[in-house]
Design a protein around this ligand. Structure first.
Ligand code: GSH
Length: 202
């Protein structure tokens, strides 16, 4: 079965899928999607929303990075990465949702202010530190203290990795000493061999 990943170097959502593909040891064809919008027609035929990434497994095209993480872990029957026990399963899903709907949106303005797409804009940094820190602090309270999100390495760690990597790359002014559990996850995922294989850029 042939796997194709439509990806972009600077996309955190694509990076998390490349991280999992590397962790699973899966070969795949990599197709670069041009960053400018509107996306080319050939890509909109695969993913009408135009977002990156999309995974194609034979003739099954799947968009949405967290859906792709779940799909690949199930496809490879990796119970360790995505447990089937009801509450463990729900807890991984909860962390995926919280990361993508709370943490990423809260950090994005701070990432922009710190130069994600160009020159940093110093005046925009300070007002965005509080909301970013509050979102991270909410996660800090519900994750494990052993360097993983749930107590063992799962797709919740894979999901968080690009954002945590970017926080270091951009030098976000986050007080990690107040977030020791997330700091430990950040250290673990950003030094994980499969993450480095995935080619983090920013
Ligand atoms: N919810 C989607 C978001 C997809 C998305 O917006 N991807 C970004 C890259 S991280 C993108 O395509 N940004 C460029 C754009 O929207 O033009 C997912 O998790 O895959």
């Amino acid at each position: 079965m042939t796997l194709t990943l439509y990806t972009m170097p600077a996309s955190g959502n694509a990076l998390k899928v490349r991280f999992l593909l590397a962790e699973l040891g899966l070969e795949y064809e990599r197709v670069e999607v041009p960053p400018p919008r509107p996306r080319p027609d050939w890509y909109l035929e695969i993913n009408p929303a135009g977002g990156v990434p999309t995974l194609v497994d034979d003739n099954f095209a799947l968009a949405e990075s967290n859906a792709i993480l779940r799909y690949l872990a199930l496809r490879e029957r990796r119970e360790d990465l995505y447990p089937s026990e009801m509450r463990a399963h729900a807890w991984v899903n909860r962390l995926l949702d919280t990361w993508s709907t709370l943490v990423r949106p809260a950090l994005f303005p701070l990432e922009l202010a710190c130069g994600l797409f160009g020159e940093p804009t110093a005046d925009d940094v300070e007002p965005n530190v509080g909301p970013a820190t509050a979102a991270l602090a909410a996660v800090e309270q519900v994750i494990s203290d052993n360097g993983t999100m749930t107590g063992s390495f799962t797709i919740a760690d894979v999901c968080a990795a690009p954002t945590l990597f970017r926080s270091g790359k951009l030098g976000l002014p986050i007080d990690w000493s107040a977030l020791p559990r997330l700091a430990a996850v950040r250290e673990a995922v950003t030094t994980h061999p499969a993450f480095l294989t995935a080619g983090p850029v920013r």
